[in-house]
Design a protein around this ligand. Structure first.
Ligand code: AQP
Length: 334
C-alpha cells in the first residue's frame, strides 16, 4: 500500500521552489494512497526564531497548503509538535545514527558555516534524525521532496535499514519521489541561478514568494539574471552552461506541465521568455492566492483541521513507536 509523508517548515515566505518542488506534488498525489503532510515546526527551531512569528507562520503555512488544494478528506494535515511520538522516535534514531554521518550532511555544513559551527544549535546537527523519525513513524513508502532533500532521504533509508538489521523489521524503508530534473526538482534563485531558491536567501529579489502580487512577479522575472551570450540560439536548456535561462525554462516547463527543451524552442529572446514565465507563474498562483484570502478569514476552521489531523496521525505514529521501543528493549508503556 502507498503511504505518503512529507513536511514543510513554517519559515515564513514560502516560495516557488517549495511549490514546484514539493507542495504541488502533494496535492496531485494526495489520493494515491494514505497521505500525511505536516508543518514541521520543530525543525524551525534549529535556527533562531521569534516566537510570535513562528506561531503566525505555522498557521499561515497550514492555510496555504489548504489553499494549494490539500483536501482533508483525502489526506491528513497536522503540525509536527502536536504528535509527541515524532520526538520520542527521534531519540531512538539519534541512538542509531553516527556523528560522522550527521557531519556529512551538506545542509548542516552550509547553515552551520554561516554563523560558525561552535555557535550552531545542537538541533541543527541532529535535525536529520528528527526528519527520519517524521517519515519512519508513518511507515511511509514514498516521500515527495525537492532535490535538496535527497541526502536526508538517503540517511533516513540507511537508518531504517540499520535499525531493522539490528533489532528486527520495524520500519518500512521509504523512497524519495523527486520531480524530474528541469521540472521543479531544484528551482534556482533568479539573481544567483547557481544557488537554490531559498527562504533564507540574502535578497528577496531572486525569490518568488507565493503571495507576491502580479506586478512584483513580473518585475522579479524581468530582472532575472540571464547568461551573457545573446545569439540566435541563446534560449536553450543547458543548466551547466546557461544556468539562468535554464532555470527560467524549468520554471515555465513545470508551471505548464511541459518539457524544458520543448518550451525553449518557442522563445527566441530572453525578454520574451521572461514575460512568458511571469505570465505562467501569475496564472498558476492566482487561484491559490484567491483561496488563501478566503481561508485566512476563518483561522478557527484551520486550527480545527490541524487538531483533527493530529488526532488521526497520533495512533499511526504511536503504533510504530511502540514497536520500535519494544524492539530495542524498552518496556513499552501499556
Ligand atoms: N528551490 C527549491 N526547488 C525545489 N524544491 C525545493 N524545496 C525547497 N526549496 C526548493 C522543497 O520544499 C519542501 C519544503 O522545504 P522546507 O521548507 O521544509 O525546507 P528547505 O528545503 O530548508 O526550504 P528552504 O526554502 O531552502 O529554506 P531554508 O532557506 O531555511 O533552507 C522540501 O521538500 C524541499 O525539498
Amino acid at each position: 500500500m502507498t503511504r505518503i509523508l512529507s513536511g514543510i517548515q513554517p519559515t515564513g515566505g514560502l516560495h516557488l521552489g517549495n511549490y514546484l518542488g514539493a507542495v504541488r506534488y502533494w496535492v496531485e498525489d494526495q489520493a494515491l494512497g494514505e497521505s500525511f503532510y505536516c508543518v514541521v515546526d520543530l525543525h524551525a527551531l534549529t535556527v533562531p526564531r521569534d516566537p510570535a512569528s513562528l506561531r503566525r507562520d505555522t498557521t499561515e503555512v497550514a492555510t496555504l497548503l489548504l489553499a494549494a488544494g490539500l483536501d482533508t478528506d483525502a489526506c491528513t494535515l497536522f503540525v509536527q509538535s502536536h504528535v509527541a511520538e515524532h520526538t520520542q522516535l527521534a531519540w531512538l534514531l539519534e541512538c542509531t545514527a553516527s556523528i560522522g554521518e550527521l557531519r556529512r550532511m551538506t545542509q548542516f555544513k552550509d547553515k552551520a558555516t554561516k554563523g560558525g559551527e561552535e555557535a550552531a544549535r545542537v538541533g541543527l546537527f541532529t535535525y536529520p534524525t528528527l526528519m527520519a523519525a517524521d517519515i519512519l513513524a508513518y511507515q511511509a513508502t514514498h516521500v515527495p521532496v525537492g532535490d535538496d532533500q535527497r541526502q536526508h532521504l538517503e540517511l533516513t533509508r540507511d537508518l531504517a535499514e540499520r535499525f531493522n538489521a539490528r533489532y528486527g523489521e520495524v520500519f518500512t524503508v521509504p523512497e524519495a519521489t523527486i520531480p524530474p530534473a528541469g521540472r521543479g526538482a531544484r528551482i534556482m534563485d533568479l539573481q544567483e541561478p547557481t544557488r537554490k531558491m531559498s527562504k533564507s536567501a540574502d535578497s528577496e529579489q531572486g525569490v518568488i514568494g507565493l503571495f507576491d502580487p502580479p506586478e512584483v512577479i513580473e518585475r522579479k522575472f524581468r530582472r532575472a539574471v540571464t547568461d551573457t551570450d545573446d545569439g540566435a540560439d541563446a534560449v536553450r536548456f543547458d543548466p551547466g552552461l546557461k544556468p539562468g535561462v535554464s532555470n527560467l525554462l524549468a520554471i515555465l516547463a513545470a508551471a505548464t506541465g511541459r518539457d524544458p527543451t520543448e518550451v525553449a524552442g518557442e522563445h527566441r529572446r530572453y525578454g520574451e521568455l521572461k514575460a512568458a514565465v511571469a505570465d505562467a507563474v501569475i496564472e498558476m498562483l492566482r487561484p491559490l492566492q484567491v483561496r488563501y484570502r478566503e481561508l485566512e478569514a476563518d483561522p478557527a476552521a484551520v486550527e480545527e483541521i490541524l487538531r483533527a489531523g493530529a488526532g488521526r496521525a497520533r495512533p499511526v505514529a504511536g503504533a510504530t513507536l511502540r514497536s520500535a521501543m519494544d524492539a530495542v528493549g524498552l518496556l513499552a508503556p501499556r
